[in-house]
Design a protein around this ligand. Structure first.
Ligand code: ASP
Length: 312
């Protein structure tokens, strides 16, 4: 398969973690799988009709940010102070242009704000109030606190509110439900996007790997596009997304070998639970995780959409 062919590929994740079968009712499972299918559909239409990888990953992530099921946008978890602070980043493999935001509140779709940072500012990474001010100047849509209120997330937070413990989303089940997408378009370009509400009860302005280019998100047409999910502190320290690209570029590993090496041989022995999704310029896909499950899906010009939670 040559790089210039009209192949396209899309992969998405809705978070990795320990997701016990016994806690997953049929109804819940269907809701998650439908949420993943909707995100795939949003990106797939764009890629199939010759649109860009960048548009496709943003559309897939917006779809999951708009769902209360995933810990991003509308479904973001509560902070120590009972608020929502979201992180997101996007990267274009054509030229390594990137945009990221951290610790923002009220923005309906943090991924669109990341994209605005990439395309409409001279910067890569904006945070907090400044990022919100920039968002307003760009006509980015804001929502009220009520929009972000979710009774399930609120109860999760209340069970630890006022304590120093933080939770990785549904922590009893250790699920990280950050969302992400990677794509290869018909023009041979790659892109990646990742978005999260972070950890329940997080405080002190904690920021994970999601908005950090090279740790949570990476895209370069010469190697791969990667989006991560998992215990952010480990993904930051292991510079996970860029490490996959480095193994390909400097050691000549295939996409699959590089993803396995980082997730299974580097992160896992050190306690870094989670996973990642990746595509390469040939349209290969890797969906690698060291947790019990990872909400994930993929499709391409050669394969129908498929969505999965566990290793089956
Ligand atoms: N990586 C995210 C963070 O640490 C969490 C997740 O993937 O759900 O903020």
């Amino acid at each position: 398969m040559s790089k210039g062919s009209s192949i396209w590929t899309l992969a998405i994740h809705g978070g990795a973690g320990t997701i016990p079968h016994e806690e997953m009712t049929g109804e819940k499972k269907d809701a998650y799988l439908n949420g993943l299918r909707a995100a795939l559909d949003a990106g797939r239409g764009i890629l199939a009709s010759g649109g860009t990888a960048l548009d496709a990953v943003c559309a897939a992530v917006v779809s999951m940010e708009d769902s209360p099921l995933f810990n991003a946008g509308k479904g973001s978890v509560y902070t120590f102070d009972g608020t929502h602070e979201m992180d997101a980043s996007v990267m274009n493999g054509i030229d390594r242009h990137a945009g990221a935001v951290a610790g923002i509140s009220g923005v309906k779709n943090p991924i669109l704000l990341s994209r605005a940072v990439m395309e409409k500012s001279d910067h890569v990474f904006l945070s907090g109030k400044g990022a919100e001010e920039f968002a307003r100047s760009q006509g980015i849509v804001f929502e009220s606190e009520e929009y972000f209120h979710d009774p399930v997330r609120f109860e999760q937070w209340r069970s630890v509110a006022g304590t120093n413990s933080y939770m990785l989303d549904h922590s009893q089940t250790k699920k990280f439900s950050t969302v992400g997408a990677v794509a290869r378009d018909k023009h041979g370009h790659l892109a990646s996007a990742t978005s999260t509400g972070g950890m329940t009860n997080k405080r002190f302005g904690r920021i994970g790997d999601t908005p950090v280019i090279a740790s949570g998100t990476w895209a370069d047409n010469n190697t791969c596009a990667v989006s991560c999910t998992g215990h952010g502190e480990y993904f930051l320290r292991w510079v996970v997304a860029y490490d996959v690209a480095c193994l390909m570029e400097y050691k000549g590993l295939s996409l699959e070998e590089a993803c396995k090496t980082v997730v299974q041989n580097k992160l896992r022995p050190n306690g870094g639970e989670g996973g990642l999704i990746a595509v390469d310029p040939l349209g290969n896909i890797a969906l690698e995780f060291n947790s019990d499950g990872m909400y994930r899906g993929s499709c391409s010009d050669r394969s129908e959409p498929s969505v999965l939670i566990w290793r089956d």
